[in-house]
Design a protein around this ligand. Structure first.
Ligand code: CA
Length: 700
């Protein structure tokens, strides 16, 4: 009874406030009766210290609800919304940033961790900061070089950079106050998430579980950048001392030699802080490698993968956890938006945490204890039959792809990914950018760990074949009844995060290149504007000088647009990052987007290659190139579609791919991974796909 023993030891060390319910991996804790039920001074704590006009925190307030009470723009006049200003982010890469608006200044990040400070009234650039991330680091970014935003506090803006640095900038001019490296530079870590500032500490996690890293979250002093604490999410080498009782306990749920593969569990996005309970909630990611039979061959739940973790923010100590996907083997991260609210459930107001993790189940938990309150599938789910009474998913035989490949629903993209949700306290609904995507998954029993590369133990041939469903929609979800209230279907998946406002509105950008306002209560479409590119990030709203603005950082790109080939191309949008800010009566023109190209002409360039070369090239392409340049060499509109590659590119193909001739443009060299002959085979496959497209055929 490891859980009992661990809980007892924890208590005897005086780290009480927690006791684990016996035998449950989707585990809840009970507060210690000797502790007050709430923080020491709940009356004195402002849960939402937000000026109505500002957007000061990633999710606007501590609850991260992405709800603003501003109502100048409402259902009666939203039709008069027009562009106030736009700002060109100068990128074809994916834009995922939530702007922060404080004191009339608009802080937004772009790809490669660039930070821009703009005049929030006009969009005029005040300063920009380029951390000069080495372009080679793109190889370690599963899902492009995006960044989801800064935290601003006490005259400083904090940004995590793709290559793992955390930087404090002076908001006056963007100059560096301090900079610290948060990762081992020898390991393939990345930062794409937005930091949060909690009680004098700036908190940041990282990504990299696809490549083989050990997940953790760290806190640094805002003044000095000095490390305050680091909390790992999965156990390390058990022959070495454990960092905490929580890690020792977690190790009892793993076996084999997981630590050699990192284990995963990276904290790459969601965080929320409840000042009243003094708890910091973070979400952990999938296992490394994905397939659990390679990661922990003797079974076990593999704590704390795919979990919501409640930490004491001063120390990083684990107070409770809830594992959304025990023994994850489908890339089902619990890094998705963590949203706090006070909901009346069965006649009683409960302090809850809500999440729609990738695994397809919407969870409502007691955020004080981690107790499961309710859960239900919010999209189609085939890997599990439902949830048991403690909220643990009941696995279905359809989810087991160990011996036979399976069509899994939701796919690795999730029923919901990083795109933020919102909660409208008036309607009581959560607005989820939802995905119904299925994918074939097969286990690669011959997988061996290769440092610095994709380490999934997944059969890529299966993945390359694609197929299955791929739909995206805006879902209005009642979290108390755990049921759908309405939905809006989109032309292509991967539409944007949502914003709810006091004007009974929900704003969402669409993957097919629009910003749309819906009536929050019934989903009626009331207004839309072209965006000139696909929109993925969450919109914000703010007010200055009596004028309400709605703004979004638009820009198509990232994992789905880059890697999903034909399905991503359905959106018919291209990259072209820009900030678009609207107000009533705005008259500026939305800059046009790049046109969708006509089918490619047959390539002039010729290469001697056999059928076997093309087949080998397909395999290599899907292992090394397809995640950025698209499945079956079909570009999704963001990075170059290689079927259109010019003769000049084909003539330099070896130098570009092997030697990294275009590294400055973001195309790294692969001389350490691919031989010249393998690159020739990839080129043969690319040419074959281009010829097939020119002849009006699919390439695969
Ligand atoms: Ca992942």
């Amino acid at each position: 009874m490891g859980q009992q023993r661990w809980a007892r030891r924890w208590r005897t060390k005086g780290l009480c406030f927690v006791a684990f319910i016996l035998g449950l991996s989707a585990c809840a804790s009970l507060s210690d009766p000797s502790e007050p039920a709430h923080g020491s001074d709940p009356e004195g704590v402002a849960v939402s210290p937000v000026e109505d006009g500002d957007w000061p925190i990633h999710g606007r307030d501590f609850y991260e609800q992405r709800y603003s009470p501003l109502e100048q723009i409402g259902e009666g006049n939203v039709a008069d919304l027009g562009l106030a200003w736009s700002f060109d982010l100068g990128t074809m890469r994916g834009v995922q940033s939530t702007p922060i608006v404080v004191g009339g200044v608009f802080y937004v990040t772009g790809p490669w961790s660039l930070v821009y400070a703009l005049d929030a009234r006009t969009g005029k650039e005040l300063w920009r900061f380029d951390p000069e991330v080495p372009k080679q680091h793109a190889r370690y970014a599963c899902c492009t070089v995006s960044n989801r935003g800064v935290a601003v506090d006490g005259g400083r803006a904090f940004v995590g950079t793709l290559d793992g640095r955390l930087i404090g900038l002076d908001v006056a001019d963007g100059s560096v106050i301090w900079e610290t490296l948060t990762v081992d530079p020898e390991q393939p870590y990345t930062i794409t998430g937005a930091p949060r500032v909690v009680e004098g500490l700036v908190v940041i996690g990282n990504g990299g579980a696809e490549y083989g890293v050990r997940g953790y979250v760290s806190a640094y002093h805002v003044d000095s950048g000095e490390l305050a604490w680091r909390t790992f999410t999965v156990p390390g080498d058990p022959s070495k001392p454990f960092e905490s009782p929580a890690m020792e306990y977690a190790a009892s749920t793993w076996n084999g030699q997981w630590w050699k593969y990192g284990g995963g569990g990276t904290v790459w996005d969601a965080m929320a802080y409840d000042p009243e309970l003094d708890l910091l909630y973070v979400g952990s990611g999938n296992g490394s490698p994905h397939a659990r039979w390679a990661r922990s061959p003797g079974g076990g739940d593999n704590l704390y993968l795919s979990s919501i973790l409640a930490l004491r923010p001063a120390t990083g100590e684990l107070v409770w956890y809830f594992q959304t996907t025990p023994a994850d083997t489908w890339d089902y991260t619990a890094t998705q938006h963590i949203l706090l609210a006070d909901l009346e459930v069965d006649g009683r107001v409960r302090k809850v945490v809500m999440q729609a993790p990738k695994n397809g189940f919407f969870f409502v938990l007691d955020r004080e204890t981690g107790e499961f309150i309710s859960g239900a599938p919010y999209v189609k789910v085939t890997w599990a039959e439902g949830l048991d009474a403690e909220g643990r998913p009941i696995e279905s035989p359809h989810g087991d792809y160990r011996h036979q490949s399976r069509m899994i629903h939701p796919s690795q993209m999730g029923g919901h990914n990083w795109h933020p949700m919102s909660f409208h306290p008036g309607t009581g609904l959560v607005y989820v950018p939802a995905l119904d995507i299925s994918t074939p998954m097969g286990f690669d029993p011959d997988w061996t760990f290769q440092p610095g590369r994709f380490n999934l133990a997944i059969d890529f041939e299966e993945f390359a074949e694609g197929g299955g469903e791929a739909e995206g929609f805006l879902l209005a979800w009642d979290p108390i009844q755990q049921r759908e209230v309405w939905r809006i279907a989109h032309r292509a998946p991967w539409s944007g995060g949502t914003l709810a406002t006091g004007g009974n509105l929900v704003f969402q950008g669409s993957s097919d290149g629009r910003l749309v306002a819906y009536r929050a209560s019934d989903g009626n479409k009331l207004w839309e504007s072209p965006a000139g590119t696909g929109v993925m990030a969450g919109p914000v709203t703010y007010a200055l000088d009596g004028v309400q603005y709605v703004s979004v950082a638009a820009g198509w790109g990232g994992s789905f647009p880059m890697g999903m080939g034909e399905v991503a191309a359905r959106a018919r949008v291209r990259g072209g990052g820009r900030v678009l800010t609207f107000r009533l009566g705005g008259t500026a023109e939305v800059p046009p987007g790049l046109p969708w190209p006509a089918p490619p002409p047959a390539p002039v360039f010729q290469l001697e290659a056999s059928e076997a070369d093309v087949a080998a090239g397909s395999s290599l392409y899907h292992a090394e190139c397809g995640l950025c340049h698209g499945a079956a060499v079909i570009g999704g509109g963001s990075l170059p579609d290689l079927r259109y590659a010019s003769t000049a590119v084909h003539e330099r193909f070896q130098q570009i791919v092997h030697a990294g001739e275009r590294e400055a443009l973001g195309m790294p060299g692969f001389s350490d991974r691919l031989s010249l002959d393998q690159i020739r085979q990839i080129q043969a496959y690319v040419l074959s796909a281009a010829n097939a497209a020119a002849a009006g055929q699919k390439s695969d």
